[in-house]
Design a protein around this ligand. Sequence first.
Ligand SMILES: *Cc1c(COP(=O)(O)O)cnc(C)c1O
Length: 469
Amino acid sequence: MALFDLRAEDRKDIVKHTADLLEDYYKNTKKRDVTPDLDIQNVRQYISDFAGGPIQESKNIINHVFGGLERHAVQIAHPSYFGLFNPRPAFPGIMADFMTATTNPQMAAWSHNPFTFAVEEYLIKELGQRFGYQQVDGAFCSGGAEANQTAVLCALNHTFPEYLMSGLRGLDKQPVLYCSSETHHSIAKAARMCGLGLEAVRHVKQNEQLQIDVEELDKMIEEDQLNGLVPFMLIATAGTTGPGSIDPLEEMGEIAKKHKLWYHVDGAFGGALALHSEKKSILAGIEKSDSITIDIHKWLAAPMGTGTFLTSHQDILSSTFRITADYMPKEGSEFDAEDPYTHSIQWSRRSLGLRMYMSLLFFGWEGYEQTIQHHMNMGQMMKDLLIEQGWTIMNDSLLPILCFKFDTHTEDELRNIYDYILKSKKAWISLYPINGEWTLRACITNYATSELEIKEFVELLNEARRSLS
Ligand SMILES: *Cc1c(COP(=O)(O)O)cnc(C)c1O
């Protein structure tokens, strides 16, 4: 018996015991506190006491680990977690991870995993078509940040092919990209990591709907050109992380075309609307983009670490990432298949597509549509109830995201309400400034959030307001 394999009976006991814990968690997530006590010493002690002691029997080990996950973390699977786009993971996706971890597919080379490779290829095609792309290529990645960095690299390569060999050093002018000030900060990080630097990110001011101001954008591009900068990329956000605004996708596409810019749409959260037969009209214009970011680990409820980058350019990924290495298996090039390591940022990586594929097999695309509709309904219900209770909604999002405040409250009072909610451990929300004014932000991010949790939340807000006096 190999030590790390354990014995067959032990394995079965462990799986059964773990399954019992997971089942209780799944059934009774709501009985958990949404927020943990944030006491770093306490958590360190929890680990050092257990790990520093003698090796324990398997049940105690499982209890220790699961206990840590349950007690010392924000429970993002909780139906009253109204947070930052993090989902309760759909059960089939969890099972996909369980199976995948067992056979451990290595996704660098195609020939190691024709099955998981074909699954990802299938999903990329299906997703791309739902966004209206005629031709689709793409890659699964760790999340929106990696997808956005992939976009910046593709845009650089597209506009400045010499970048691949000589880097930015080979360019005689400063390349710049455009996005709104509400754009996710992973774009700034990507600019840094690609060697562009933060100054290459040109933030365009927003209109009253918190969308990019298109006239201002056009003007800024022209001025920059006159000043010797080289605009190469335009980034729209479909669902900003704070207020959930959607940039004018159609008009931005026109501007990108006019100035020959790579047009990227960051739909990490809001891109999910493409899976809804009616709501996808909200994303009209996205089909003209050069690339799209959509996270499967947000609205589409896959476990954390599942993003996708899609592009309508067949060859850009290969031309950006192809490197040949003698030690890698070569079969990919003999077939009509592209080795993932020559096609994306990562090298060795886990299979990610199965997390979505399994859910798709269980629920179909209709299931995704239904779930998206449910989130929208819950968002509408929360909005109606908040307005009924006298709250002012400060954003005007087409997504189930609400930023709200009470007109008669001071900023301190608003913060006290926020503290009250978090300390109650019954719900999780965040604070977000809209045009310089602080608001409470609640997002429907969990498919298990029902009318009951919405009503309870609005009641909790009332309770918090009463506690002010
Ligand atoms: C979440 C988010 C990102 C970053 O994605 P990760 O999956 O966290 O890496 C980028 N853009 C937007 C609009 C997001 O909401």
